[in-house]
Design a protein around this ligand. Structure first.
Ligand code: FES
Length: 119
């Protein structure tokens, strides 16, 4: 007897990444529901520091969300606390590991990662 397995349709959105670092052109990647900006960066060789391993325990994965803030999970009190410790936080600041997409496209800017490397 044949059995059919059905999978829930996977929503695929678009993640556009800009870089503060001079000379780096913006890049675009597909991002699926429940993936984070940090996940996509690590999967694609994009340098984004992540000292705590992506568990909202540091501020090194700090990014700026330019578009699509409503398309990522809400900010938690813990994340806000860590953003306060980030380099140059702004109103659009989020932590890349906590930017989990659930509803649509997003666009972010990665701070210059040399801040974290001592250059
Ligand atoms: S990697 Fe530490 S908070 Fe995101």
């Amino acid at each position: 007897m044949l059995k059919f397995v059905s999978f829930a349709p996977m929503n695929i959105f678009k993640l556009k990444i800009h870089f503060e670092e001079a000379g780096k052109e913006p890049v675009e990647f597909p991002i699926t529901q429940n993936e984070s900006v940090l996940d996509i960066c690590l999967d694609n060789g994009i340098e984004l520091q992540h000292n705590c391993g992506g568990v909202c325990g540091c501020s090194t994965c700090h990014v700026y969300v330019n578009k699509g803030m409503d398309n990522i999970q809400e900010i938690s009190d813990k994340e806000e606390d860590f953003i306060d410790r980030a380099v140059n936080p702004r109103i659009t600041s989020r932590l890349g590991c906590q930017c989990v997409v659930f509803n649509g496209d997003i666009e972010v800017t990665l701070p210059d990662q040399h801040h974290f490397l001592g250059h």
